[in-house]
Design a binder for this molecule. Sequence first.
Ligand code: 5AD
Ligand code: FES
Length: 362
Amino acid sequence: MKRDIREIAESGRWSVEILSQLLSLRGEAQKALLLLGGEYLQNYRGREVYYRGLVEFSNLCTKDCFYCGIRKGNRHTERYDLPDEAIIAAARFALEHRYGSLVLQSGERDDPAFVDRMDRLLQIIKKETDGKLGITLSLGEQSPETYRRWFNSGAHRYLLRIETSDETLYRQLHPDNDKHRFQKRMECLRSIQRVGYQTGTGVMIGLPGQTLNHLAEDLLFIKTFDVDMVGMGPYIEHEETPLYDRRSELWSLQERFLTSLNMVACLRLMMPDINIAATTAMQAIDPVGREKAIQAGANVIMPNITPSNHRKDYLLYQNKPCTDEGADDCSHCLSIRLEMIGHHPGYDQWGDSPHYFKRMQR
Ligand code: 5AD
Ligand code: FES
């Protein structure tokens, strides 16, 4: 089986049919696929896993995505917005713990006060950390000018998940208004790439109404769009969201998890030189979910370094792990977990995706 999969991978002829078959593999055949994903990672990128300290600095959000626990319409979540000092302290923490990179994430806002504040913060963090810390933003849809401004102030990676590359499915997951258009999302992703960011996207796996064909198309979309980084993980329902009404249509959590592992492995075979994150949502389903994702080809972990008193308020989905731990505990626990599976942290490195540099030369 492994030989067959290897032949497919080496031929580079990816199609919806082949990919949906690979995504459906279970048992011994699945094991072969995951092992090959791990082998590609080892051959192309080695055994280093890069850390990005994740700061979820605010759950204020102007949007209303049907799947997300911090959507504007959820009145049962306590809203917070960390002060600048707390964010800067988290950046210092990342540097001192040799994480190499920082990810700033929040609910989506595009008002001028927010845009200015981020711009200022980026400059301060760059200065305070001597330019040593790589900075990734995950702040949703913005104007091309805003993306450019933040890039010029020191951010060099941007994550914007497409969530699903199927427009019909996208419409079922979002309200029908200008703030939630699929085309807008696409344009934003393109403009992030044009500005010069290392560009990241990703999808949720196991959404109501989603099929293996959709997911196969997602993988082809990611490859065609030529992104540098990908974060994808299982969809996990949240009681206080509209999509919860469709929970009877969902695959079991285990199926969503197993399909996510196959997605990681397939993508590693399709794009050996990109960065792929082992996402927290995978750990939410399986206590060693992130480690399994790494063994299947993921090479980035985003440890949560949000000051712990607010972690419980950033629940995109339920059962999110590590919401009652401090960042110190996480960093210790992580390196041990990595060593257990024969990998090691890429301390003090930005861990850029070689794909980006190749793309820039073309
Ligand atoms: N389950 C899994 N992932 C989710 N996200 C948002 N809500 C959920 C959920 N219920 C993901 C989206 C978003 C990222 C920040 O978190 O893909 O882009
Ligand atoms: Fe906040 Fe989707 S609910 S961006």
